[in-house]
Design a protein around this ligand. Structure first.
Ligand code: ADP
Length: 480
């Protein structure tokens, strides 16, 4: 099959979250299964600079307010994955991240920047940009690519089918109606059964209405988003389309996320985890924490937001400290949470340490050095960090929601005895419940034999892409 993925991020060139890891890994897994898979990306700075030898494929000319627009193609240096890049300096050559400027506010022309992404995907499918390569499937990821299925539908004779994946329904790509004219789409689509969304219009909704199949990134989240509590006003639509909606769990690229990776101080395995002790000591040293093997080291690698439950954790710090734990935080996000974590680090030197920012290498060292990873998300479509933590032998402590509940087995007397436990799962996203689980984890940490047993079982879990890629393949086949 010829598969075109359409996305705004790809690891390692542009990454703000898990989407980037998935867009880098899934197409590679599909290529290994024998498919001709390519990725279409906006020409952000990191992408223009990071893909070697980009060659022009098509001159697109003035569109979406940009005078000079070209389609380029090249291959990613490590994976060899073929990518198309939309070179539109006026829209994409900017500081900041893909969605917000250095002032952390959304770019005011995001509707044009991401309409161009969907439009280019459709015109590739029409054969107007690269006549030598027509995709059978256009697989659009998150709201950024939400208009791709709509533009595709404008050509009813087209055989290409559109799949849309929700990575996080909370980000719906909502814009004022006045902006709609600039998408070039017909006015008739701007109705409540089409793209209109409560007096605005939504790229996410567009993807949900006009794609042939909808997926999301875990089975539990596919059920949750059909309820008002997690549906962000789109649950009715998702219930209507439930026969086309499925949850396919994200995978992990174990060639990147492995306790033998070159970014960590000492390699180790599930069978021989002694290197992990050294990684912990190195991490304690790096962060100025007390060098104490007996103190369980908790970690956070996360966007610092309400979704991720960072306020819940901040309110549970006393439980962690009272029960002898240490904490390392790597993250960036809401200013208030950055400040509160930094204050906690100043108040408890040697016990709490914080690095505000995005740092890929450090995230690996933290996974390797930590005894446990805290993921108290209020909702979590899939979550990748708990999967990475499992492989590195850091026991995940997670809220029972979305992909977290699909991937971590709670340590209870029963699951510990039967050898199935892989971490801790708590039922309510509040600081009392989290604090209680953290205390329990600290107690269990001192039962060395039991802790090692759970850790070993977690490290042996297999969340590689093979299964997930096969599920996507079956889904595509059902459409062709
Ligand atoms: P989300 O995409 O909602 O942020 P995921 O758990 O799916 O959450 O993916 C988060 C990804 O971003 C993981 O690869 C994680 O390691 C990474 N990450 C998050 N914050 C940071 C950070 N401050 N520095 C480095 N990597 C980070």
């Amino acid at each position: 099959m010829r598969i075109l993925h359409v996305a705004a991020e790809i690891f390692p060139l542009v990454k703000t979250g898990g989407l980037a890891d998935i867009v880098a890994a899934l197409p590679g897994a599909q290529a290994r299964h024998g498919h001709d898979t390519r990725v279409l990306l906006p020409g952000f700075r990191g992408i223009m600079a990071g893909v070697p030898e980009l060659v022009p494929v098509a001159q697109i000319g003035p569109v979406f307010g940009a005078a000079a627009v070209r389609l380029l193609a090249g291959r990613l240096s490590e994976s060899g994955l073929m990518v198309y890049v939309i070179d539109a300096p006026f829209l994409y050559d900017r500081d900041g991240n893909p969605y917000v400027g250095p002032d952390r506010r959304d770019w005011s022309d995001n509707h044009r920047r991401f309409a161009l992404l969907g439009w280019a995907a459709a015109h590739l499918a029409f054969g107007e940009l690269d006549p030598d390569w027509l995709p059978d499937i256009v697989h659009a990821h998150d709201w950024h690519a939400g208009l791709a299925p709509v533009y595709i539908r404008q050509n009813p004779s087209l055989k290409t089918r559109a799949v849309f994946t929700i990575h996080n329904l909370a980000f719906r790509g909502i814009f004022p109606l006045e902006c709609y004219g600039e998408t070039g789409l017909p006015a008739e689509l701007l109705t409540p059964s089409g793209i209109e969304f409560y007096g605005s219009f939504s790229f996410m909704k567009a993807g949900l209405v006009y794609s042939d199949k909808i997926t999301t990134v875990s089975p539990a989240y596919s059920r949750e988003i059909q309820t008002p509590e997690f549906g962000w006003g789109l649950d009715g639509l998702l219930r209507e389309r439930s026969s086309d909606l499925s949850g396919i769990l994200n995978g992990v690229d174990y060639s990147v996320w492995t306790p033998q990776d070159p970014k960590i101080a000492h390699a180790y395995t599930a069978q021989n985890p002694s290197g992990k002790k050294l990684c912990k000591r190195m991490l304690q040293k790096e962060f100025g924490l007390l060098r104490d093997d007996e103190s369980p080291l908790f970690a956070v690698v996360s966007r610092l937001t309400e979704q991720k439950g960072m306020d819940i954790l901040l309110d549970a710090l006393s439980d962690l400290l009272d029960s002898g734990g240490q904490l390392v935080v790597l993250g960036t996000g809401k200013a208030e949470f950055e400040t509160r974590f930094s204050q906690a680090a100043r108040a408890y030197p040697g016990r709490i340490a914080v690095h505000i920012g995005h740092n890929e290498d450090l995230s690996h060292r933290i996974m390797a050095g930590a005894d446990a990873l805290l993921v108290p998300s209020r909702f979590e479509p899939c979550g990748l960090t708990q999967l990475y933590a499992l492989r590195y032998g850091a026991l995940p402590i997670v809220h029972r929601t979305g992909g977290l509940s699909d991937t971590v087995v709670d340590a209870t007397p029963d699951t510990i005895a039967s050898g199935r436990a892989t971490g801790f799962v708590f039922d309510r996203p509040d600081s009392r419940t989290l604090g209680a689980r953290v205390r329990e984890a600290c107690t269990l940490y001192h039962n060395k034999e039991c802790w090692r047993k759970i850790r070993r079982h977690g490290m042996l879990q297999d969340f590689s892409w093979n299964d997930s890629a096969a599920h996507y393949e079956a889904l595509y086949r059902s459409l062709l």
